[in-house]
Design a protein around this ligand. Structure first.
Ligand code: FES
Ligand SMILES: [Fe+2]
Length: 439
């Protein structure tokens, strides 16, 4: 349970807020490279941390992110012409490059130097891992990108997609660090007929619905362990990494496993762009694996055919057909016979719960139990970091040290007597050629 002021501090990320200032210390995934695929392609609307921006790629291929409103009289640069290394406002023709410099002012006298005095808001961008990253902070020099494992892999080894969730970013993030819901929300009632993707794990989760939680702060975030009885004096430990400010890494399944990272990127206070990347540390993803993710069903992705027709609104390409307006395709007969939730898609089961709270839930009305320990710890960490940033003016260590992001989630069977942090230390490291099994 949080006091009203704490809840406000936690969820608000607009310019000038304490949490917004903390988030602006970090690079964030703004667009997939494929959304501005070629030089001089069509500009796209972007909304990040409550700020309206326009993304584009210039003639030599550099990505740019400009403030949406032209500094002349405020027309939207989304309507702009992307030409000859700059975005030209179609109202009176002013033109800006990716750095925000005004290159041309064709409605002013030729001898005027007014254009040299005009700068458009432009956020630094970098392109890596098939993603255009944006830095909305003021710090110079700009810190390095986070050293996430998949950024070092070949394009064929990763797949990324996004979806919009219409609730606050912390509410959405909390779903990924809440392990106890997995025994319920995602349960298949008839595993022999339904999803048997992780049948051993499903069996454990169904048999032991009361995981014991442990959490500890790391330099970059919080390490959350959830332990379930697995029989034979063993425990199934699933270890999730929360990494500041909005990354989550859950434990993998099976031998030589595929891995997942997610970022819960605030569009504004009331909407979140869920950025998901799936990767294999050692090999290219197989065609069948890619096809499953593109199709969506059961793969944790919405699937290309299950998105609403693309709109030009910010993130308008990533709005799922299964949404609040149709109860996420809830099917009561499925609920009686096959799926605990009755909601067909895995990701939609989560979305239904998190959006169903309302866009910003009043955490003063919660009653948290021992199974919410990870969530409590992550909230306290975020609040603590935001306060510290506000008081000190200094960036968190994690914003400056990319190596802190070279870590993994883990899932492992351990003897009951094992100390989980020490026993999983090696599993949580990123090392070339090393991809230990999950459970
Ligand atoms: S409003 Fe953009 S050039 Fe006038
Ligand atoms: Fe979930």
């Amino acid at each position: 349970m949080l006091k009203k002021e704490e809840n406000e501090l936690l969820v608000r990320i607009g310019p000038g807020t304490a949490m917004g200032t903390l988030l602006r210390e970090y690079w964030m995934p703004a667009l997939l490279s494929s959304e501005v695929p070629i030089p001089d392609c069509d500009p796209v609307r972007v909304r990040l941390l409550g700020e309206d921006l326009v993304g584009f790629r210039d003639t030599v291929g550099r990505p740019g992110l400009l403030g949406a409103h032209c500094p002349h009289r405020g027309a939207s640069l989304f309507f702009g012409r992307n030409e000859e290394s700059g975005l030209r406002c179609v109202y009176h023709g002013w033109k800006f490059n990716v750095d925000g410099q005004c290159l041309d002012m064709p409605n002013e006298p030729t001898e005027s130097d007014f254009k040299d005095k005009i700068h458009q808001l432009a956020y630094p961008c970098e392109e890596r891992g098939g993603v255009i990253w944006a830095y909305l902070g003021q710090r110079r020099p700009i810190p390095p990108l986070p050293g996430l494992e998949w950024l070092g892999l070949e394009p064929g080894q990763r797949y990324a997609a996004r979806r919009v969730q219409f609730c606050n970013w912390v509410q959405a993030l909390e779903g990924d660090i809440d392990q106890s819901h997995v025994s319920f929300l995602h349960r298949t009632l008839t595993p022999e007929n339904g999803s048997t993707r992780h049948s051993n794990v499903d069996r454990i989760r169904t048999a032991d619905t009361r995981p014991r939680f442990a959490a500890l702060d790391t330099t970059a975030g919080v390490l959350i362990g959830a332990a379930r009885d697995a029989g034979d004096a063993q425990q199934y430990w699933r270890i999730t990494q929360f990494l500041l400010p909005f990354w989550s890494m859950t434990g993998p399944y099976g031998d030589n496993p595929i891995r997942h990272n997610r970022a819960w990127v605030p569009i504004d206070d009331e909407a979140t762009l869920v950025f998901s990347v799936t990767f294999h540390p050692l090999r290219d993803l197989e065609e069948a694996e890619l096809a499953r993710m593109r199709k969506g069903t059961g793969a944790g992705y919405v699937g290309e055919a299950n998105l609403l027709p693309r709109k030009s609104a910010p993130s308008g390409a990533w709005i799922p057909k299964a949404n609040k307006s149709n109860d996420y395709f809830l099917d009561r007969s499925l609920q009686r016979t096959t799926l605990f939730s009755g909601i067909p898609e895995f990701w939609a089961q989560d979305a239904a719960m998190q959006e169903g709270m309302g866009v910003i839930f009043d955490r003063g009305r919660e009653h948290l139990g021992t199974s919410d320990m990870g969530i409590i710890r992550v909230r306290q960490r975020l609040l603590g970091e935001a306060r510290l940033r506000a008081e000190s003016g200094q960036p968190p260590a994690s914003a400056l040290d990319p190596d802190l992001y070279g870590v993994r989630g883990a899932a492992v069977l351990l003897p009951e007597s094992a100390a989980w942090v020490e026993a999983t230390e090696d599993l949580r490291k990123v090392r070339p050629g090393y991809n230990p099994a999950g459970v």
